[in-house]
Design a protein around this ligand. Structure first.
Ligand code: COA
Length: 641
């Protein structure tokens, strides 16, 4: 998709937006981007080789035996020697960085997302659970959905008008390009590699959303002929029409999007052969966002937070609402019959924070009554809903062949659904205010609590991934914080040692938190280990060299097998993000630290005999409370509690 003049005009200096560069050549992308910026943000640096390798060795040490570590050291020394492959790759990487605005961006999009062939469901797309609602009637459900739509469109207006406040990290402005990438975007399946289309950035961007109900899809134009957003009342009317016209479930074509990407890529070609299917798929892909009206939670666990999280992540599978989705779509809101509300987002174009901001905006918009629905319903005489075209049903010809594909998708998805287990909870022992009062970084404190929980259960440290934002840099995405450190292991062992005095425990805690905070500082400044190593590896592959031994060494493999996949996604409202583990024997753990409580979404796989999310929750809560008691017993600053 070519970048248009109107788009250029819509972007300010602090903002950046991207055309569908995946379909453009890299050179074109660089030129297009340059023409839009006068270098408002610094470029992602390439760290010094020696620095990265030293940091790397420190992160490997806790995860290998002494003998294994000696081998890793030897491999690293050979790699970085002047005659080794490392310096050559470093030169190539530095050259690449000179020629681009962000040396990692397109490599990252491909290696982290578009080349990833596992299903996006569970393995890649997070869920975001909104504050739980209580709906007694269909009207309640539809009214909320309508308000949600109006709130999201108001946010879109702010994005389009570039008035979403620019975010900062300390004094540094952050790259805002992700905000332009989430509305009107869709991942497109391919047989060996996917692509992504930013329809919202076209000269004539889409003006419709798609509403899913009982696996039927309907197109709703959300602007009237004068370009004004439809009112919540008009939308309720249209949503009711959707519900009335889809009383029985139809073929769950959407289930195809839950498949392994190669399988879906092939089925996609088949489905598009039919003209009507092609038109329907196009409308779904192009829409601003999708909103799914679901029934009540299927197979409830007894924990409403967990139920809502599972419904966001996988829709409770083929027997639930997974067919009532199009998982390629960047943004899909879900509004359940009883009040489980949330969204799932396809991760390729953005990280969690812009999505959480969108949710906060919607919830604030509704809380303040800006949708106007309540006010209008109090008026004695209500004007009739006129001039709104009825929703257009998006039809599918489901051939026998496609039916078989759907049956296969059902089987694959069900096994994923059966495997994923989650435990979501609101920890109320304390929140980030207490941690701050102890002069500690809340995020680092929570990361150390997660490390401790893992050690408590497994009696060994676990390689631990936390996302750090690199949005200080132009088109920045993330770096990995390797939260498992020499200090975190000393900390875990000391806390669990009944003989260790409190002062020693408190010192170990503070040292571990400090070490983590130092890694965070490196990571957000583009000086982490993982993206640099990835760059060196991909430089080798691009140059046609053998992949260096460093990447096959046990030190690399074990320190990259992230048994803990974690992320902080803060939100103003009582909400939390959640996702599956990164590896079969791992945990997922996402948290929203609030002033006096912390919302957690944790996950594990049933197929791993070693992991269990309920056990993890118990260990995490115990760890948090232990850390709290130790700080207080050591003379913590009680007055601020
Ligand atoms: N004493 C007192 N207060 C402290 C402190 C200390 N020693 N250290 C930090 N704080 C305060 C901070 O000033 C900040 O205050 P604020 O709430 O007024 O802003 C607050 O505690 C939070 O800071 P901290 O917990 O240290 O972490 P952070 O908010 O800087 O977050 C990361 C750290 C790594 C999570 C963040 O930098 C980041 O990269 N976030 C994006 C992650 C992401 O993209 N996730 C999504 C993936 S899908």
């Amino acid at each position: 998709m070519a970048l248009t003049a109107s788009l250029l005009l819509r972007q300010g200096l602090l903002y950046s937006a991207r055309s569908n560069f995946i379909k453009a050549s890299t050179a074109t992308m660089v030129m297009q981007s340059r023409s839009r910026h006068s270098d408002p943000l610094p470029h992602l640096p390439v760290p010094a080789l020696e620095d990265t390798l030293n940091k790397y060795l420190r992160t490997v040490k806790p995860l290998v035996t002494d003998d294994e570590f000696r081998v890793t050291e030897e491999i690293v020394n050979k790699f970085k020697a002047p005659e080794g492959i490392g310096p050559k790759l470093q030169v190539r990487l530095e050259q690449r960085a000179k020629a681009r605005e962000n040396w990692l961006y397109d490599w990252w999009m491909r290696s982290a997302y578009l080349d990833y062939r596992w299903p996006v469901v569970v393995w890649s797309s997070p869920g975001l659970v909104f504050p739980l609602q209580e709906f007694k009637t269909l009207d309640d459900q539809l009214s909320f959905a309508a308000k949600m739509i109006v709130g999201a469109l108001d946010y879109k207006r702010m994005v389009d008008e570039k008035i979403v406040p620019v975010e900062y990290m300390g004094k540094d402005k952050l790259d805002m390009s992700q905000y332009f990438n989430i509305l009107g975007t869709c991942r497109i399946p391919g047989v060996t590699r996917d692509s992504i289309s930013f329809f919202g950035q076209e000269a004539d961007p889409p003006k419709h959303i798609v509403v899913a109900h009982n696996n039927h899809f309907f197109k709703i134009n959300v602007y009237d002929k004068n370009g004004n957003t439809l009112s919540a009342r008009q939308l309720v009317h249209l949503l009711r029409n959707v519900v009335e016209r889809s009383t029985h479930p139809t073929n769950p074509v959407g289930l195809l999007t839950t498949q392994n990407r190669n399988v879906w890529g092939k089925a996609y070609k088949k489905i598009r052969k039919d003209r009507m299917n092609r038109a329907s798929v196009d409308e779904i892909q192009r829409c601003i966002f999708l909103l799914a009206l679901d029934g009540p939670i299927v197979n409830p666990t007894g924990n409403i937070m967990t139920d809502a999280a599972l419904n966001c992540v996988h829709g409770n599978g083929p027997e639930g609402y997974a067919g009532n989705r199009w998982y390629d779509k960047t943004l899909q809101f879900t509004v359940g019959k009883k009040g489980a509300v949330g969204l799932t987002y396809e991760h390729t174009p953005a990280e969690g924070p812009p999505i959480a901001n969108l949710m906060d905006h919607i919830m604030d918009f509704i809380a303040k009554g800006k949708d106007g629905l309540e006010a209008e319903s109090k008026q004695e005489i209500q004007l009739p809903v006129v001039d709104v075209p009825r929703p257009e049903r998006l039809m599918f010809n489901v051939s026998q062949d496609i039916k078989l594909e759907i049956e296969d998708a059902k089987v694959s998805l069900q096994s994923l659904v059966d495997d994923l287990e989650m435990t979501c909870f609101n920890f109320t022992g304390f929140g980030k205010n207490f941690i701050k009062s102890q002069k500690l970084s809340p995020d680092s404190f929570l990361q150390m609590a997660i490390q401790l929980a893992f050690y408590r259960i497994h009696k060994e440290p676990g390689a631990h991934y936390e996302s750090a934002s690199t949005r200080k840099f132009l088109y920045g995405r993330t770096e990995t914080i390797r939260s498992c450190s020499i200090e975190s292991v000393v900390f875990a062992k000391t806390i669990l040692d009944p003989e260790a005095p409190v002062s020693q425990k408190a010192t170990a805690l503070r040292n571990a938190v400090e070490a983590h905070k130092n890694y965070v500082k490196s990571a957000v400044n583009g000086h982490g280990v993982d993206r640099h190593l990835l760059g060196l590896k991909l430089s080798a592959i691009e140059a046609g060299f053998d992949v260096p031994t460093l990447f096959m060494d046990v030190g690399y493999i074990r320190s990259s097998h992230m048994r803990l996949s974690t992320s902080q996604v803060p939100a103003k409202c009582d909400a939390f993000m959640c996702f599956g583990p990164l590896v079969p024997d791992g945990y997922g753990c996402c948290y929203n630290p609030r002033p006096d409580n912390i919302m957690f979404g944790t996950s594990a796989f049933n197929s791993s005999p070693e992991t269990d999310s309920a056990t993890f929750r118990a260990a995490l809560e115990e760890s948090l409370m232990d850390m709290h008691s130790i700080l207080l017993a050591d003379g913590g600053i009680k007055s601020k509690l």
